[in-house]
Design a protein around this ligand. Structure first.
Ligand SMILES: Cc1cc2nc3c(=O)[nH]c(=O)nc-3n(C[C@H](O)[C@H](O)[C@H](O)COP(=O)(O)OP(=O)(O)OC[C@H]3O[C@@H](n4cnc5c(N)ncnc54)[C@H](O)[C@@H]3O)c2cc1C
Length: 285
């Protein structure tokens, strides 16, 4: 396999898995990258997906996973923090690894994250969602990682390793994998404080001074994930070929809008993969 993957799929729900199956069927190299957890796994009963009925969401997901595994598709766990469109290819920052892709299918579901006060105003002025992308800006400065995703401790360790004076804030116990020299506060961020730039975070009882805040959630807004991506009412804007406004970038499933249902997600995953495969074939020749 060449260093550049033909089709990288972000999201391991029904849309992403359907895209993976159909990309393999078209003879393309595929990587299926996804954070832990998905919407369907929470469904108590699914009764409207043709051929598979009276199943829990988890049972249906298990069937989908068996299908992808039978084709040798590996479900790689982690969070895509950033996707850079670079003309005829993409660079994806995935769990600290940089992946090159000829095309990308976004199958990221619906982002449920609600911004905390100050977050939107200070975005790009001390707030970042990607430690590996923006960490160097805080070398020799103070930063806080607000860990809401499983890979947050690793990202915090990375910031510490490049000379950022970093503190991790997260609910619950100190993560075992967090470097022992890095301070940990078991709490949650209520607000980000600052005017022109970030000055502190509000932890309820006290404010913690900082130059930057890395907010590491599983859910990242599509426009944060891919600079320049067009959305409409919060959903990724696509045409009936599942093409976004960026050539080579496709989207499928709940992230493109209603109905937020499995059958639609699976159908769109198929279209996105087939169109991505066709795009590769036509742009290569
Ligand atoms: C409780 C409940 C019951 C439901 N019941 C039904 C039903 O009976 N019938 C029906 O048709 N539909 C039902 N649905 C809806 C159905 O689950 C969704 O329509 C379907 O899961 C959409 O699939 P998707 O692949 O688009 O998104 P999702 O299933 O949400 O998958 C998105 C995936 O992308 C991953 N992801 C997101 N961002 C990133 C990132 N930056 N990097 C890496 N990975 C990322 C997520 O972790 C997730 O794995 C139900 C939903 C819920 C919550």
């Amino acid at each position: 396999m060449s260093k550049r993957t033909d089709i990288v799929i972000i999201g391991g729900g029904p849309a992403g898995m359907s895209a993976a199956v159909n990309a393999v069927a078209r003879g393309k190299s595929v990587r299926l990258l996804s954070s832990e957890g998905n919407n369907l796994g929470r469904a108590e009963l699914v009764d409207n997906y043709l051929g598979f009925y009276k199943l829990t969401g988890a049972e249906l997901m298990q069937k989908f996973s068996e299908h992808t595994a039978s084709l040798g598709i590996i479900h790689e766990k982690g969070r895509a923090a950033n996707i850079m469109p670079l003309g005829d290819y993409f660079m994806i920052n995935f769990a600290g690894e940089i992946i090159e892709a000829a095309t990308v299918v976004l199958a990221i579901g619906v982002a449920k994250a609600r911004a905390v006060p100050g977050e939107e105003q200070l975005l790009g002025r001390g707030i970042s969602y990607c430690a590996t992308c923006d960490g160097m800006l805080y070398r020799g400065k103070k930063a806080i990682v607000w860990g809401l995703a499983p890979d947050a401790a690793e990202e915090t360790n990375f910031l510490g390793s490049i000379g950022v004076d970093v503190t991790m804030v997260a609910k619950g116990d100190r993560p075992a994998e967090l470097n022992p020299s890095i301070p940990f506060i078991s709490d949650t961020v209520r607000a980000v404080i600052g005017d022109d730039s970030v000055k502190a975070v509000d932890l309820g009882d006290n404010a913690l001074e900082t130059d930057g805040v890395f907010i590491l959630r599983n859910a990242i807004a599509p426009t944060t994930l891919v600079p320049g991506l067009e959305t409409e009412n919060g959903f990724i804007k696509v045409n009936n070929r599942m093409e976004t406004n960026i050539p080579g970038l496709y989207a499928a499933g709940d992230c493109t809008g209603s109905p937020l249902q499995i059958s639609k997600a699976v159908g769109e995953g198929l279209i996105a993969a087939q169109k991505a495969a066709k795009y590769i074939d036509t742009t290569k020749s």
